[in-house]
Design a protein around this ligand. Sequence first.
Ligand code: SF4
Length: 108
Amino acid sequence: MMYVLYAFLILAGLGLVLGLALAIASKVLEVKEDARIKEVEKMLPNYNCGACGYPGCHQMAENLVSGAETNLGKCKPGKQDKNYDPIIAYLSEHPDEDGTKHIPSVKK
Ligand code: SF4
């Protein structure tokens, strides 16, 4: 009967130690993402349809914020007033840390 108790205590201790190690590692190794990416992603239609040529809206948002993508019109389900205009306004008001503005245009 004591063997079962020892096994339980050892497994519980291991779980506790490994859980703490994972919690510490997630804090230490955390990769901070540009907050603008999340904001731009929220303004996209969020269909994750891939019509823009990217695997999903998050990747499209990442490229719009970095300036790697300059054509918002690639987002086919996007609407001018609902999606494009708010994103253009947001990126105009939120430049990079060095002041560089990546303002996309809409070419269908
Ligand atoms: S086309 Fe628009 S809705 Fe579809 S994945 Fe790309 S950004 Fe998202």
